[in-house]
Ligand binder design. Structure first.
Ligand code: PEP
Ligand code: MN
Length: 353
């Protein structure tokens, strides 16, 4: 296969297939149906599954690579699987796979990344690197650096954002933390960035909204799980889509170009940006003014021997501002975050007196 990077800009790049290869029939039927739906460039299936518990399905092993190669040949599409060791890379090469990916657990481990990098270097494999389990961009970037240092061609390296494990499970199985990925995109702006909504969401419900967010953030595409019969899936049953549902989801996402050469667009955008810059100036001028009033309060409290933090006053500010901002269409979470930041800065100014 050509280097993955040659697909950059041809949005969306879609990698789809079941979480795991379970049987020859399951894999071939799933891939056939996905390919009929259209819009998929690479077929995926997990062969060795890193599971939390040892008494769950851990993959069919190398025989699954033969089925995957068969599905790829039938569809005339390249195929991809997860590798977690040099042995896995060698097996992928033996079976003619063209893409491998490092799972989140593997990216976390520099020893494994090193042996995989050594096994991939000098071959024509494309290697996609998922973000590590923990929200650590340096670790993710370190895995890329290790590949490059071992001689893996830069054009054959791509990135996958699958979200980060956190102690508090709120809505997603893995928190997206989109801002961390912006840091990664800044480090490797030339590399393909894919979103893995399946492992991020952990359920079907949010797949479309997460995929659209990835499109809005100028990602290059998706790696997404699909199973011919999701409720019977041996792994990740709750997040897999039927091939039909996958087709619908892919149709529904609005992928836009990174920029436009249209003069009218450029002019209108420049005007809006000028306005935004002006508003930012005014906002921060006002905030500085607020801090100088806080400093005056700091003096008054000091002269009268009164502590800085007055929790009753703080509660009434939050209540008043949150109530008022509701009418302005600002979300309560946003207003609280801004207020907390202002309050912390204000306490800091008063403490310096
Ligand atoms: C997978 O893609 O099947 C997988 C196990 O993903 P992750 O490494 O993101 O958990
Ligand atoms: Mn999975």
């Amino acid at each position: 296969m050509q280097p993955i990077n040659s697909l950059k800009g041809r949005k969306p790049i879609v990698i789809a297939g079941p979480c795991s290869a379970e049987s020859r029939e399951q894999l071939l039927e799933t891939c056939d149906a996905i390919v009929k739906g259209g819009g998929v460039h690479i077929l995926r299936a997990g062969i060795w599954k890193p599971r939390t518990r040892p008494d769950t399905f851990e993959g069919v092993g190398e025989i699954g690579l033969e089925w995957l190669a068969e599905a790829g040949a039938k569809a005339a599409l390249p195929t991809a699987t997860e590798v977690a060791s040099a042995k896995h890379v060698e097996a992928a090469l033996r079976n003619g796979l063209e893409v491998v990916w490092l799972g989140a657990r593997t990216t976390t481990n520099p020893f494994l990344v090193q042996e995989i990098a050594e096994a991939v270097a000098g071959t024509s494999l494309n290697v996609l690197i998922k973000n590590p389990m923990n929200p650590d961009v340096e670790l993710w970037a370190g895995a890329v650096a290790r590949m490059l240092k071992c001689g893996v061609e830069r054009e054959r390296i791509g990135l996958i954002h699958r979200g980060f494990a956190t102690s508090s499970v709120w809505k997603y199985r893995n928190e997206p933390m989109w801002h961390l990925v912006l840091d990664m995109q800044r480090k490797f702006p030339d590399m393909v960035m894919l979103c893995d909504p399946s492992h991020m969401c952990g359920c079907r419900e949010y797949l479309a909204e997460v995929s659209q967010t990835a499109a809005n953030m100028n990602y290059d595409g998706l790696i997404i799980e699909s199973h011919i019969c999701p409720e019977k899936a041996l792994s990740d049953a709750a997040q897999q889509l039927t091939p039909d549902a996958l087709g619908e989801l892919l149709q529904s996402i609005d992928w836009r170009g990174a920029d436009s050469a249209d003069e009218e667009y450029k002019r209108e955008l420049a005007l809006c940006r000028e306005e935004i810059d002006q508003i930012d100036n005014e906002l921060f001028d006002l905030l500085a003014k607020r801090m100088s009033v806080a400093e005056r309060i700091g003096h008054i409290k000091k002269e009268n021997g009164v502590v800085i933090l007055q929790s009753g006053r703080w509660d009434s500010i939050v209540e008043r501002v949150v109530g008022r901002c509701k009418e302005l269409g600002l979300s309560e979470g946003f207003v609280r975050t801004v207020l907390y930041a202002i309050h912390a800065e204000s306490i800091d100014h008063q403490s310096r007196i």
